[in-house]
Design a binder for this molecule. Structure first.
Ligand code: SIN
Length: 520
């Protein structure tokens, strides 16, 4: 099969790019589940942009740089903040409705922001965006969407990308799609961790595929843990949006003490890494809760309807009860190294959104900058995308996979459970050299176990697990190499920031079967 632009992934970054380039040529979007199922769909808090008269691009830049702990790329941060208001108009033009108050866009605040600048749509901003964009892409006659189509690998020869190998899950068929440009917009990696706000689909497929094909991967040690997710036995780590704290919710410990002021003067709105570590510390003495009971009931129901409903399922009425919370893996700041146009070190391969690393987030991400990043850089990439139309579409013959095997459910399940638990225990919020070494050994064993499940290669769960192991390896190696603490990466054995030795990015590349490490 042939197309002009092959977009893998159907979150905000992939759909924005697809909608923008459809006027130039044929666009094919391949997504492993239904189009709407993405990390974007789960985003609650909102999207940050300096839209208010008393806000400024300069302040947004300053806040982003501060949270990035010295590793954010200033030029890229400037582009992000400057293009912020335009990105919001872009979303509105797709039909996205943000909440308003007295005819003005309503803004909320979140951790690390020096003022209210987060636009939102109730507490389901991602869903609103995803629905609007899904409608647009369905109506667009120059693009086609293949749902339930999983990208196994990108097709790369001599550092040039020709398309991707796609497993059509329903028809159990492998199809090679050859394209003039291939775009990875596959989202995050949260499912590599036992406790995460991310859905099961967040298995790091794009990062793993790109790494296998020789792309440069950067900043993988910087996994952001969201401080407040539901902490109730039997319940998933459902995100309790930072917007609750932005609107006045406080954190209390078992004694009812507002403990966070002992850790940071910004209190509940301190950067996420500080709050996550504070909560982990307080959890040693009992539960930690978020308390929004002092707010008017009708206000809470109106502002946080989805969180209210979700917590009710587990017997918690947030208007009357304390919400038990704990941190969980949420977002990866690193990924496939790109410039602001999404270009990678592989010709004709682009990456946008969470799977990409423009260095905008550095060592930690400012809340609600991720949806913005996805729109800004995929729009910039789309502006230059016409140039790919002059590429020939070359059909590179690929080696056939083994026949479709029987599903080895239990073997895969066991490896998945072991991997996710070990990542949480050894490469979580607080890391040590000893635990990271243990994890590296564990990963070698898990790889061997996975390889022994031969005969079942054409199985999505198998490929996802392979990707999860690859991504876990990248995170663990980078965390092991970085002997300091910075942003989301905290090493108990190196507890301070070390600018003299570590004000640099760790880049990982595959050379044959070896991992090549360099610094940028
Ligand atoms: C939240 O609603 O707290 C998440 C927002 C984000 O991760 O930027």
């Amino acid at each position: 099969m042939k197309t002009d632009y092959l977009v893998v992934g159907s979150g905000i970054a992939g759909l924005n790019f697809a909608l923008k380039v459809a006027k130039y040529g044929k666009v094919t979007v391949a997504t492993k589940k239904e189009i709407i199922e993405s990390n974007t769909n789960l985003a609650q808090g909102g999207i940050a942009a300096a839209t208010r008269k008393d806000d400024s691009i300069k302040l947004h830049i300053e806040d982003t740089l501060k949270v990035g702990y010295g590793l954010s790329n200033k030029r890229i941060v400037e582009i992000l903040a400057e293009k912020g208001p335009e990105a919001i108009q872009n979303l509105i033009s797709f039909g996205v409705k943000f909440d308003k108050e007295d005819d003005e866009l309503h803004l909320t605040t979140e951790g690390g922001h020096s003022m209210a600048r987060v636009l939102h749509s109730g507490d389901s901003t991602g869903r609103e965006i995803e629905q609007a964009m899904t409608e647009c892409i369905r109506e667009n006659r120059d693009s086609e969407v293949f749902e339930n189509c999983f990208a196994i690998d990108i097709i790369v020869k001599n550092s040039k990308c020709y398309g991707a190998r796609i497993l059509d899950i329903k028809n159990k068929e492998i199809v090679d799609i050859f394209a003039r440009a291939t775009i990875l917009a596959t989202g995050g990696i949260g499912y590599v961790y036992q406790n995460t706000t991310n859905p099961e689909i967040a298995t790091g497929d794009g990062i793993a595929m790109a790494f296998r094909a020789g792309a440069r991967i950067e900043d993988m040690e910087f996994v952001q843990f969201h401080p407040t997710t539901l902490n109730k036995l039997g319940a998933p780590h459902f995100l309790i949006s930072e917007a609750l704290r932005g609107e006045g919710a406080i954190l209390v410990n078992e004694e009812g003490e507002r403990f966070i002021v002992r850790y940071d003067k910004m209190g509940e709105l301190a950067p996420r890494d500080i709050i996550s570590r504070a909560i982990i510390n307080e959890l040693k003495g009992g539960s930690v809760y978020l308390d929004i009971r002092h707010k008017d009931k009708s206000y809470v129901l109106d502002r946080f309807p989805m969180i209210h409903q979700e917590c009710l399922k587990y017997g918690i009425d947030i208007t009357r009860d304390l919400i038990p919370v704990s941190p969980a893996a949420h977002y990866i700041c690193g990924g496939i190294r790109t410039n602001e146009y999404g270009e990678t070190n592989i010709a004709n391969l682009l990456a946008f959104g969470e799977c990409a690393c423009t260095e905008v987030h550095g060592a930690n991400r400012l809340a609600s900058n991720s949806l913005l990043e996805s729109v800004v850089f995929s729009s910039l990439g789309a502006q230059r995308a016409k140039r790919y139309l002059k590429n020939e579409i070359e059909a590179m013959p690929q080696q056939r996979e083994a026949a479709i095997g029987n599903v080895v459910h239990q073997g895969l399940r066991d490896i998945e459970v072991d991997l996710r638990k070990a990542m949480w225990d050894c490469v979580g919020i607080i890391r040590t050299g000893e635990n990271l070494n243990l994890m590296l050994k564990k990963l070698r064993k898990l790889e061997r176990r996975l390889d022994s499940l031969d005969g079942d290669r054409v199985n999505v769960r198998f490929f996802e697990l392979k990707n999860m192991v690859t991504v876990a390896n990248l995170i663990t190696n980078a965390a092991h190499i970085r002997e300091e603490s910075r942003g989301t990466h905290y090493r108990e054995d190196y507890p301070t920031v070390d600018d003299k030795n570590w004000l640099k990015h760790i880049c990982l590349e595959k050379r044959g079967e070896k991992l090549d490490v360099s610094f940028a």
